[in-house]
Design a binder for this molecule. Structure first.
Ligand SMILES: *Cc1c(COP(=O)(O)O)cnc(C)c1O
Length: 376
């Protein structure tokens, strides 16, 4: 018997019902004015996101991967440069580096936070390389919605004159030490892929920065390297814009986002209280507020795949983020050769993510908990 026929892993329909009237009004406004690219919704969204994240400049763009590429280009990454990235992340973090012709240097992560630390970044930066050039920068990922302590990581990077870029694709809405994600690093990237905590109804992304010079470069780079105007091209750039319909969706979602972030705390706390005796529940840095892009448990490596299969068989959708660490992926092995990163490799065999969204009601959550306890 399955607990129910359809527990969603992420329930976008419950959210849509809540925002429906506002959403349709905003979408209609775009259909009426017809400025599908660079309509007023885009600038409005940029300024609202900037205010929420306590950052001066926001450049919306086409998706979170482009946001990383644009940020890397604005930071001056050149082909052949080495850039430190976590081995345990969605592959797009390393992909953006490779797309710039640069070389990803994989850092291991912390077993409790799933994030890189000052130690693992320091180890990756010091790792000898054939050409001897030290990494020019570090991309930190706030995995599953929790930001690490950027100041300690920056101290290590800045000591070697490397920059730090925050990949906040999963963590917009979170904070560290009371400061919102988006303001924690000099440059931060976001993704609005539908399944992210703040998602649109298609692809979307943004780069956030405190630095006016980076902001100016981003404004040019995302629009074919424009200069004074659209038909003045001063550098080779990209076509990477957020469209007005997606900006309208994001504006509607921002209206309820803070409340959704609160609800996610409640859902996560309920999972942890109910499961801490049977699984390794996620650890939260007391200084961090996670936005819980994923609620990820660690199981015994021998049990994980069987438990996932049992749960799916009983109608409980679960995710495995990530089954293969990036340095072991076919596309990226060439950058890692025989590099062993024990924590990332161990996590990839143990991680299991449960249904997580702001509208997970208690009865469905209790069913997920009961099925998991039974499967264990
Ligand atoms: C989703 C994600 C991205 C890429 O975002 P897209 O909008 O899908 O291109 C990059 N980094 C991380 C950590 C992500 O989770």
């Amino acid at each position: 018997m399955t607990v129910t026929t359809s527990i969603p892993f992420i329930d976008l329909q419950a959210q849509r019902e809540r925002i429906d009237a506002d959403l349709r009004r905003r979408l209609d406004a775009v259909l009426e004015h017809g400025q599908f690219i660079l309509g007023p919704e885009v600038a409005d969204f940029e300024s609202r996101l900037g205010r929420m994240c306590d950052v001066a400049h926001v450049q919306a763009c086409a998706n979170g991967t482009d946001a990383l590429v644009l940020a890397l280009r604005a930071l001056g990454v050149e082909p052949g440069d080495r850039v430190v990235v976590p081995a345990y992340t969605f592959s797009a973090t390393a992909e953006a580096v490779a797309l710039c012709g640069a070389i990803p240097v994989f850092a291991d992560v912390d077993a409790r936070t799933f994030n890189v630390t000052a130690e693992t970044v320091g180890e990756a930066m010091a790792r000898p390389d054939a050409d001897g050039a030290p990494p020019v920068g570090v991309i930190v990922v706030d995995l599953f919605g929790q930001a690490p302590d950027y100041e300690t990581i920056e101290a290590v990077a800045y000591a070697s004159s490397a920059w730090v870029l925050a990949d906040a694709a999963q963590s917009i809405g979170g904070s560290f030490d009371g400061r919102p994600v988006g303001s924690l690093a000099r440059v931060t990237t976001a993704s609005f892929f539908p399944a992210k905590p703040l998602g649109c109804y298609g692809d979307g992304g943004a780069v956030l920065t405190h630095d006016p010079e980076i902001a100016e470069l981003l404004a040019s780079l995302h629009f074919h390297g424009k200069g004074e105007h659209q038909y003045d091209n001063v550098r080779v750039g990209y076509n990477s814009r957020l469209d007005s319909l997606q900006a309208a969706v994001l504006l509607a979602k921002l209206e309820v986002f803070e409340d959704e972030c609160d609800r996610r705390q409640t859902v996560a706390a309920r999972y942890s209280a109910a499961l801490e005796d049977v699984a390794c529940v996620p650890w939260l840095d007391p200084q961090a507020r996670s936005v819980w892009a994923q609620y990820t448990l660690l199981l015994e490596p021998e049990a994980r795949d069987a438990v996932a299969a049992t749960l799916r068989g009983r109608g409980v959708p679960v995710g495995i983020y990530y089954p293969i660490p990036v340095h072991r992926q076919t596309a990226y092995r060439k950058y890692a050769r025989d590099l062993v990163l024990p924590v990332a490799e161990d996590l990839s065999r143990r991680a299991l993510s449960l249904p997580m969204h702001a509208y997970l009601d208690e009865s469905i959550q209790d069913a997920v908990i009961a099925e998991l306890r039974r499967a264990l």
